[in-house]
Design a protein around this ligand. Structure first.
Ligand code: FAD
Length: 432
């Protein structure tokens, strides 16, 4: 999809531009932050020009159609409790389908079911007696849930900030519970199993899981950015328009073209923002990576809409799920789509066959009937969110003389964080 410019009241030229009276806003980056920002501005009657460097909108939220399967570029889910996202998006049109609240944990060749007993009370006894942590650990989960659900988002941000691992220990959880449940579950979300991620991020995510459901849109995760883009005028978006540099009131594209504007919103990932806007300050410290493998299977190894975790300390695999058990359109009829996530990957030769070998101990020899569809190695998946990272400007964005920076690196590293940050910048621009 390539949209063409021109916008009538922005100055564009391939030679150095002459001073003019720019009145508009440029948004650099068409991921969720940039789209949310552009969407809000447009709804308020201030349509910006959005410049996206790649050939597609949506940034890190993308879906590929491959041989009748829908492959999200890296397994990810939308949490229905995300407050700003649910306000902005038309959730009914996304036709969300839900995961069951809980997880299957594979340990020592056995499968243990840990359900959210508040929403699945029939599993109360079974969950309490699972040999993943003690009964007191399960009670501690209930207490934490009760406490975090009562906190407002700003109260979560005001909490003491330590690593998630440290927070869980301070809450009194046993090592068995941390290693058997929290490490694979939140490791799969944070994309790191050390649980070094900020406890504020943990508290936020824990609460979102407690309040809502993990979901997939009926036509893939890319439906989320697609919905936002569809409400913007075509001539307000240019794809294949990478920005090389940004100055006060002016943006220069890789092509040499210059565009002037009163406000420039840098809605790229944090690393790019740091390079494009030196001196503005940036909390970006590094990336977390993931490898996402997809297989076509003659039948689902899980047969239910649930996430399965590796509860053993060893092994490559962290998470397995079957997106087609959640949304049937993720796979052609009579086939299932299996998604496997591998994190903390030091080396990865023969990854597909090693993963299948490992999963044989989970699902038996049926895994050898699976055929490999695609592997995504996503080096720049999530920005590190370490304890003590200041939320820039305290508002989820940065600003200096007409340049604003937003994105998931400015708030919490999620779909919600990206959207909320983009919306905050739009509000600031509208105020000005
Ligand atoms: C594998 C994976 C799993 C995830 N799981 C979840 C999950 O389960 N739940 C959840 O809530 N979140 C999840 N996330 C995080 C979520 O997807 C991101 O936080 C969010 O999409 C980030 O949006 P963004 O707009 O801030 O950045 P991006 O999506 O990175 O968008 C930035 C955009 O800027 C463009 N750009 C970069 N440089 C330039 C330039 N020079 N000129 C013009 N354009 C440029 C890029 O092409 C891109 O389109 C996951 C992410 C990944 C990768």
């Amino acid at each position: 999809m390539t949209f063409f410019f021109p916008m009538p009241d922005l100055t564009t030229s391939s030679t150095p531009s002459t001073p003019s009276t720019p009145s508009k806003t440029l948004v650099v980056g068409g991921g969720l932050a940039g789209l949310a920002c552009a969407h809000k501005l447009h709804s308020a009657g201030v349509t910006p020009l959005l410049l996206e460097g790649s050939c597609h909108l949506g940034g890190r939220v993308a879906t590929d159609a491959v041989d009748g399967f829908l492959l999200d570029r890296g397994f990810q889910v939308f949490l229905t409790a995300y407050p700003e996202a649910r306000e902005l998006l038309k959730l009914d049109e996304l036709q969300l389908r839900f995961f069951r609240p809980g997880a299957l944990i594979f340990r020592n060749g056995k499968c243990h079911r840990m359900m959210d007993v508040f929403r699945s009370p029939a599993h109360l006894l079974q969950t309490a007696l699972q040999p993943i942590g003690s009964v007191s650990d399960k009670l501690r989960v209930a207490r934490l849930r009760h406490r975090l659900k009562r906190l407002k988002p700003d109260e979560i941000v005001a909490q003491k900030d330590v690593s998630t691992e440290c927070y869980l220990r301070e809450e009194g959880f046993t090592e068995a519970m941390i290693d058997g449940f929290f490490r694979p579950f939140y490791g799969g979300i944070f994309l790191e199993k050390d649980l070094r991620t900020s406890s504020r991020m943990f508290a936020f995510t824990f609460r979102m899981f407690a309040e809502g459901y993990a979901a997939l849109p009926a036509r893939g995760m890319a439906e989320i950015p697609r919905q936002l883009a569809a409400e913007l005028p075509e001539n307000s978006i240019r794809t294949d328009a990478p920005v090389r540099s940004i100055g006060k009131g002016q943006v220069t594209l890789e092509s040499g073209e210059r565009i002037e504007a009163r406000h420039v919103v840098v809605a790229t990932d944090g690393e790019t923002a740091r390079d494009l806007v030196p001196g503005l300050g940036n909390s970006f410290v590094g990336w977390r990576s993931v490898v996402s493998l997809y297989f076509a299977a003659p039948k689902s190894p899980l047969n239910e809409a649930i996430i399965a975790l590796n509860g053993d300390p060893e092994g490559l695999v962290n998470t397995v799920c079957v997106p087609s058990d959640v949304v049937s359109d993720y796979a052609p009829q009579n086939q299932s789509l299996v998604s496997v996530s591998v994190i903390d990957l030091a080396e990865s030769s023969n990854l597909e066959s090693r993963v299948l070998q490992e999963l044989e101990s989970w699902f038996g020899p049926e895994v050898h009937a699976w055929s490999h569809l695609r592997t995504y190695r996503i080096r720049r998946a999530l920005p590190e969110q370490l304890p003590g990272t200041e939320v820039p400007g305290g508002n989820g964005f940065l600003r200096s003389e007409g340049i604003y920076v937003c994105g998931d690196h400015c708030g919490n590293t999620s779909i919600e964080g990206a959207i909320a940050s983009g919306l905050r910048v739009a509000e600031e621009i509208l105020k000005s």
